[in-house]
Unconditional design. Structure first.
Length: 248
């Protein structure tokens, strides 16, 4: 899409991603003089222009970090308010959390998950926006490991996105993975701390959240994956009361 803004003629992108970040980028490019239409739909049309001009733009809040912080509060039965976010971008997540038994409120650009003593397992299927985001699948799975009952998590966007399952099992989770489906049975006994290894960005966040809820100490190795998508997550969680530190 960026390359096409300065290309000769019209470029058509079919089967385009529909996520809010695509719309935000298109809005920025149009501020700079580009001619981008259809962002947020499956077909984007770009008519090339001769040049772009400087512009000022504020990037939208990170909805995946927002969701991760909400799940962090939920998994330990705490109350967390995430400010400066776009609640509408997280409707799929908050809907599933409410179905699970959490009370979630929004006020302006803030979302709050309220403390809960117990929650139910719910089924989730990932799909392109505005459906449940694949980038919150691992974190939500961590939440389901300590839910009441069974949940079925289906991954339809990416292959091999259940690499975090085996690491959650090391923490005493009861999960049966298949190719694109994972059956999660909530543990009454809870999670138990253990050494685990992060395999990718969202798996890293998943293991951090599981570690918050686990009894004892959890050590997560290869945490460099986390820094690809979160800025000082450990500091933000520490400010919320988590006992978490990074070892160098």
């Amino acid at each position: 899409m960026m390359a096409a803004t300065l290309a000769d003629g019209e470029t058509v992108i079919e089967n385009a991603a529909k996520e809010p970040e695509i719309v935000d980028l298109a809005n920025y490019l149009n501020k700079m003089g580009a001619d981008v239409k259809g962002a947020g739909s499956s077909i984007i049309r770009i008519n090339g222009v001769s040049s772009l001009r400087p512009s000022v733009h504020r990037v939208i809040p990170d909805r995946i970090e927002t969701g991760t912080l909400l799940i962090a509060g939920a998994i330990v039965g705490g109350e967390v308010t995430v400010t400066d976010c776009q609640p509408n971008d997280l409707d799929a997540l908050t809907s599933k959390m409410r179905e699970s038994g959490f009370r979630i409120t929004s006020e302006g650009q803030a979302l709050t998950v309220h403390s809960a003593s117990g929650w139910r397992g719910v089924d989730v299927t990932t799909a392109p926006h505005p459906a449940f985001p694949t980038d919150l699948q691992a974190q939500f799975m961590a939440l389901m490991t300590v839910a009441e009952g069974t949940s079925v998590i289906t991954e339809t966007v990416f292959e091999n996105r259940f690499m975090h399952v085996q690491e959650l099992v090391r923490l005493n989770a009861d999960i049966t993975p298949k190719t694109r489906v994972a059956v999660v049975r909530g543990r009454d006994s809870g999670l138990i701390g253990a050494p685990v290894m992060a395999t990718d960005l969202r798996a890293s966040a998943c293991l951090v959240l599981a570690g918050l809820a686990a009894q004892g100490e959890t050590q997560i190795n290869r945490i460099y994956h986390l820094d690809r998508g979160y800025e000082r997550l450990e500091d933000k969680l520490s400010h919320l009361g988590a006992k978490i530190r990074r070892s160098h």
